[in-house]
Design a protein around this ligand. Structure first.
Ligand code: HBI
Length: 96
């Protein structure tokens, strides 16, 4: 099912509201690196993100090495950024 992409203005607003996120070079995703005190803190954060993703049916592309977590958000159904990514980025920021 096609999903509406964010407009350039909506994308700009998202990035100004969530300045730690960066637009990927192809413009189709946003990404952010996180660093926590230890693995336990990182995994607790990942657990909260996972529960959000499962409820939203919208899933991050992510990696974890010890206390580092990298997250990329994009909407496959839109081949770019959608409101789902904006909502998820804001939710992720609220977990910090
Ligand atoms: N997660 N990031 C991301 N992008 C999607 O388009 C997406 C998803 N999770 C589930 C989903 N789409 C649903 O449409 C599944 O039915 C494919």
């Amino acid at each position: 099912m096609p999903v509406t992409r964010l407009t350039d203005a909506e994308c700009d607003a998202l990035l100004s509201e969530c300045p730690a996120w960066q637009l990927r070079a192809d413009g189709k995703a946003i990404e952010r690196a996180f660093r926590f005190g230890d693995f336990n803190a990182a995994f607790g954060f990942m657990t909260r993100v996972a529960l959000y993703a499962d409820k939203a049916d919208h899933h991050p592309e992510w990696s974890n090495v010890y206390n580092h977590v990298n997250i990329t958000l994009t909407t496959h159904d839109a081949d770019g950024l959608s409101q789902r990514d904006a909502d998820m980025a804001r939710a992720i920021e609220s977990f910090l």
